[in-house]
Design a protein around this ligand. Structure first.
Ligand code: MGD
Ligand code: MGD
Ligand code: SF4
Ligand code: MO
Length: 748
């Protein structure tokens, strides 16, 4: 393509390279969207090392959503029952700066909260950390990654001493056994799955195991599908370890020389004999034995996981229990092997590097570590003690802080909590109590806009230049190639402007995002995620690069002796089998299974699990506006096993009312053996703007993992009731009023 820009797909954490070309091509009819706007042409970038030219339907159609229903101007109102009025940037930013000063005086820094997103670019994330954690002195910055990746982060930190997925995508084509647990990779990380499936098909000896209560398209491709009961992963993993011990399939040299904590672990797995485990997981004994056999007989095992593991009240324990199997069998630091957490969002990885959760700081540092705080205070030119010593509020604690009145300002950017938070009716009630909510998004309307006092128009991907890191630590430069609509600005520019208005002129004197990146990479120097060798110029000249990527020339000492250091091979971490713990050893974590936070009982006899569909992206702000995708997945639904359906008199397309202790929804049934009996599944994609009463999160609860504080969005107890389509449901009046509220304001 001529004039094409090389960039990254802004949807999932696979991070496929795209080439995007302008719509009008001489002599050819221009492709237009339904509103008549010319559409940019998208194709896969063959030179991108992660995706090698492949794209899925989401990447291929991304440009169709870019011009639809955009938020173009800042808007404000004093209270939520008033209409918005258009204001200047000055007025909006002054209002925010004034409110911050007021809350600092009346409630202290803890009253200020920002809730961001893995859809920020790294530059946006970094500036937000500098503003909140450095200048304002509150660690109340959390991201939607709390609902997504935080169990993987805490699992890696506890087992290895640092965050950071140690594997790379080439491992998909080098493994003897792929162990996919709690991940529907075929629908959610399609291009990773394409690479794995092709290799698996071509190599008959290579095994694929999928652990998921649902028979997903991922499970259909597996040699072995373990349809375990939700929440029994630790039983299964400890049961596999038990068999490996019994059969002598463990690597005692690796255990002795490279790990600690094995004896406590061995004591725990003793209690997981196969008969007990198979029964608890709801699988056959021979299935469990086959899984252990594949693990034991393979030279190289690669585990892949995502939300079926992380979104759990024992998420960290699940992650560590997966890592245990790798430590026990020495499956790490070599090609084709390792514990590989698949990142959800396009830049959740960059967020972790930039310190974008309430307990971490830029450069893979920890809030709790005094030296880490000091290093950043000095680097940012701030007085000692500026960074608070305790972690800030998590996303959910921001909501409870609104309930108690402790939060005086909530700033939400690039996430749609009025759909995606657990217990969303409680979330919405909390948002209604917020004295001052700033909502910074690219689209309008979204469900969360209904709860904002200030709306700030954000430039999105394609309209700003920045970097993103994918699941395999590959950093891609995403250049601006279109104009932002109206007055929309990049997120980092908005944060920097507020910082300057609050008096931090030197801290935010950036001319462009290249300067932001130049500063950010300095804070990664010498850290596991070292990116000092990844300037914009280099990313532009050489294309995507993987970290660790230290700059090759290190200035040492005062006389500027330039010493060339050997650039490390960034493909895999821990190839020397040394880990960033104080003793250099990886740690076993000994965990008993605790099961689900909310178990089914006679009143709420089913386990509801929630997740994703191939075409849609989260709360549909983009994909709901793309006709091809809407046709692919027109309506929400609930999957029910035929045995349960029969008992309840439910058939395909019967309307089913689903109740949990927190809310009520209604879906049409899809009766299918793809779901385990006793479990039902609904997709998470339909918020109040896209369907009536089909919000998965009206049902879910916020109970969280004690270590990662990640909520258990994957399981809650529900009851099912077949109803006629006409029967009104109690939450419907709220939905209708929300729709009515939005329609007139669409014209602003
Ligand atoms: N098409 C599409 N792709 C996406 C996204 C999207 O919105 N749409 N979002 C991206 C993001 S942010 C994320 S986080 C990822 C998520 O990617 P995935 O984690 O693959 O997706 P989910 O559908 O949320 O959940 C995965 C599976 O977990 C299973 N599961 C539920 N409970 C349990 C359990 O107790 N144990 C086990 N072993 N499995 C369980 C579910 O049945 C489900 O099939 O996808 C990314 N990619
Ligand atoms: N029940 C249930 N709930 C879940 C999950 C689940 O599996 N089940 N999964 C959880 C997970 S893993 C995730 S990641 C979350 C996702 O949940 P959300 O983060 O709420 O989902 P999105 O729809 O991706 O919202 C992103 C918003 O950012 C806007 N946006 C896009 N680009 C930009 C930008 O550059 N700047 C700004 N300011 N805005 C931008 C989009 O318009 C959109 O409104 O949902 C969580 N909730
Ligand atoms: S697999 Fe993910 S990154 Fe690749 S094109 Fe699809 S949505 Fe985009
Ligand atoms: Mo996610």
């Amino acid at each position: 393509m001529t004039d094409a820009t090389k960039t990254l797909c802004p949807y999932c954490g696979v991070g496929c390279g795209l080439e995007v070309a302008p719509p009008a091509q001489a002599g050819k009819a221009t492709n237009r969207d339904a509103e008549g706007t010319p559409i940019w042409k998208v194709k896969g970038d063959r030179s991108h090392p992660s995706s090698q030219g492949m794209v899925c339907v989401k990447g291929a159609t991304i440009s169709e959503s870019l011009d639809k229903d955009r938020l173009k101007y800042p808007m404000m109102r004093h209270s939520l029952d008033q209409p918005f009025r258009r204001v200047s940037w000055d007025e909006a930013l002054d209002a925010i700066a004034n409110r911050i000063r007021t809350v600092q005086v009346t409630q202290g820094a803890d009253g200020i909260c920002m809730y961001g997103s893995g859809q920020f670019q790294t530059e946006d994330y970094y500036i937000a950390q500098k503003l909140m954690k450095g200048c304002l002195g509150t660690n109340n910055f959390d991201a939607n990654s709390r609902l997504c990746m935080s169990s993987a982060v805490s699992g890696y930190i506890q087992s290895f001493g640092s965050d950071g997925p140690p594997c790379c995508y080439d491992d998909l084509e080098l493994t003897d056994c792929a162990f996919l647990i709690g991940t529907n990779t075929a629908e959610c990380h399609p291009i990773i799955f394409n690479r794995l499936r092709k290799y698996h098909k071509q190599n008959k000896k290579v095994k694929m195991i999928v652990v998921d209560p649902r028979k997903t398209p991922t499970a259909e491709a597996a040699d072995l599908h373990l349809a375990i009961r939700p929440g029994t992963d630790i039983d299964l993993l400890n049961g596999i370890a038990h068999l490996l011990m019994r059969w002598g399939h463990y690597n005692s040299v690796f255990i002795d020389e490279c790990t600690s904590g094995f004896s406590e672990y061995a004591e725990v797995i003793r209690h997981y004999p196969p008969e007990l485990v198979a029964k608890k997981c709801g699988i056959r004994l021979d299935e469990l034995e086959t899984a252990a056999k594949y693990w034991g007989q393979s030279e190289r095992v690669l585990s892949l996981w995502s939300m079926g593991v992380n979104q759990s009240s024992e998420g960290t324990a699940k992650v560590r229990t997966i890592i245990n199997l790798h430590l026990m069998t020495g499956n790490i630091g070599k090609p084709g092997a390792g514990p590989f957490s698949l990142t959800g969002q396009p830049n959740a990885m960059g967020g972790r590097e930039a310190g974008g959760l309430c307990h971490i700081l830029p450069g893979y540092r920890l809030v709790k570590n005094p030296q880490h705080r000091q290093e950043l205070e000095q680097f940012w030119g701030l007085p000692a003690g500026s960074i608070a010593a305790d972690r800030g509020r998590t996303a959910w604690e921001m909501m409870t802080g609104l309930e108690t009145g402790e939060v005086g300002l909530l700033w939400v950017a690039a996430t749609n909590p009025a759909v995606s938070m657990p217990d969303v009716e409680r979330t919405k009630a909390a948002l209604l109590r917020s004295p001052f909510t700033v909502y910074q998004d690219a689209y309008y309307p979204t469900e969360t806009a209904a709860y904002a006092h200030v709306l700030l128009p954000a430039a999105q991907w394609s309209e700003k230049t920045g970097t993103m890191t994918n699941s395999e630590r590959m950093v891609t430069l995403c250049p601006k190639f279109r104009h932002a609509p109206g007055e929309a600005k990049a997120d980092w520019e908005i944060f920097a402007e507020v910082g300057r208005r609050l008096g931090f002129v030197d801290q935010f004197a950036f001319q462009d995002s290249a300067e932001v990146r130049a500063e950010f990479i300095q804070v990664t120097r010498g850290r596991v995620c070292d990116q000092t060798g990844m300037s914009y110029q280099r990313l532009q000249a050489e294309g995507p690069l993987q970290w660790p990527c230290p700059d090759e020339l290190l200035v040492q000492g005062l006389n500027s002796n330039k010493v060339k250091i050997q650039p490390s091979n960034p493909k895999r971490l821990y190839t020397d089998l040394r880990f960033p713990t104080p003793d250099g050893r990886a740690r076993f974590g000994a965990y008993h299974s605790r099961g689900l936070a909310e178990r089914p009982d006679p009143n709420y006899p089913f386990i509801l699990t929630t997740g994703r569909l191939y075409g849609h992206w989260h709360t549909q702000t983009r994909t709901g506006r793309i006709p091809k995708i809407v046709q692919m997945h027109p309506n929400p639904f609930i999957e029910i096993h035929p045995r349960d359906a029969e008992k309840l008199g439910i058939q395909d397309e019967t309307w089913v009312e689903v109740r949990s202790r927190r809310g009520i929804c209604r879906f049409q049934a899809q009766v299918t053996k793809a779901i385990a009996p006793g479990t039902v599944f609904v997709p998470m994609h339909w918020g109040a703007l896209w369907a009536d009463g089909a919000e998965a999160n009206a049902l879910t609860h916020p109970e969280s993992c004690p270590d990662s504080l990640q909520p258990e969005l994957k399981a809650c107890a529900v009851q099912l009731l077949p109803v006629s389509a006409e029967t009104p449901i109690s939450s419907q009046s709220f939905q209708s009023s929300l729709r009515a509220w939005f329609s007139p304001s669409l014209s602003v």
